[in-house]
Write a protein that binds this ligand. Structure first.
Ligand SMILES: NC(=O)c1ccc[n+]([C@@H]2O[C@H](COP(=O)([O-])OP(=O)(O)OC[C@H]3O[C@@H](n4cnc5c(N)ncnc54)[C@H](OP(=O)(O)O)[C@@H]3O)[C@@H](O)[C@H]2O)c1
Length: 223
């Protein structure tokens, strides 16, 4: 929000969880809640499920942490081998470098014994959507969230019909879902992954860092 004071309807607010610092709590309302709505509220995530996340930004890593707490296995795509190692330490079941393995959908199917994954956090948009359809398991669930490569994929949805698949459009989440998620994060001792915290005066540097894509997890600006 980049403001000292803001006016919002009370119904839109949720208390800061006791277990988290203000910086940690600031990472939750958009990235974490989006992953939560996608996987838990809409996706019905369950133990034994498999998840694919694209990249190692905020939504993807919250997805990984939430899925691990549910006993689901996550495959992380990343353009960086160093970030892949960090994702493995955070609990990823497998990782694939989408730069050196552009046909990552084939690799994802191999990693799941030919079945494909049961959930996908679709973050890429037009550049990734067709591969996501091919990486999805029968009865699988795609959460349409991201726009890294632009808006509005124009995919052939025939495959979705053949595998009884589902696509849900996700727009962040409600205050009620936010409070339920916060209770879950506290119960499972999940802490947000913060790459770096900037002071208010370093706001431009924070946006430059975000644009560079070097970050792993969240960047925070401290007021
Ligand atoms: N629908 C909603 O309500 C909602 C809510 C929040 C965010 N979003 C959208 O969801 C997306 C993710 O948000 P975020 O905040 O998590 O982003 P972020 O933190 O900025 O994630 C950046 C990372 O994503 C990866 N990435 C970038 N382009 C990629 C591509 N073409 N294929 C695969 N990975 C790619 C890169 O990871 P590596 O460096 O590891 O390669 C990059 O470092 C954005 O498009 C954002 O606008 C939507």
């Amino acid at each position: 929000m980049l403001a000292d004071l803001v006016v919002v309807p009370e119904a839109s607010l949720a208390p800061v969880p006791d277990s988290l610092s203000l910086e940690e709590a600031a990472t939750l309302p958009c990235a974490a809640l989006t992953a939560w709505q996608a996987l838990v509220v809409r996706g019905g995530l369950a133990v034994g499920d498999t998840l694919l996340v694209q990249g190692t930004g905020g939504v993807a890593l919250f997805g990984l942490q939430i899925a691990s707490a549910f006993g689901a296995k996550t495959i992380v795509l990343s353009s960086s081998d160093e970030k892949r190692e960090r994702a493995t330490k955070l609990g990823a079941f497998a990782t694939v470098n989408y730069r050196t393995t552009p046909d990552w959908d084939v690799e994802v199917r191999k990693l799941t014994g030919g079945l494909g994954v049961s959930h996908i956090l679709e973050l890429g948009g037009p550049d990734t959507f067709d591969r996501s359809l091919r990486a999805l398991a029968a009865w699988g669930h795609i959460a349409q969230i991201g726009v890294f490569s632009g808006f509005g994929p124009h995919s052939n949805l025939m495959r979705l019909q053949l595998i009884n698949g589902t696509i849900d459009g996700i727009n962040v989440g409600s205050a009620e879902q936010f409070e339920a998620m916060n209770a879950f994060l506290a119960e499972h001792l999940i802490r947000p992954v913060i790459d770096r915290t900037f002071s208010f005066d370093e706001t431009q540097a924070a946006y430059d860092e975000l644009a560079s894509g070097r970050h792993f997890g969240k960047l925070v600006i401290r007021l």
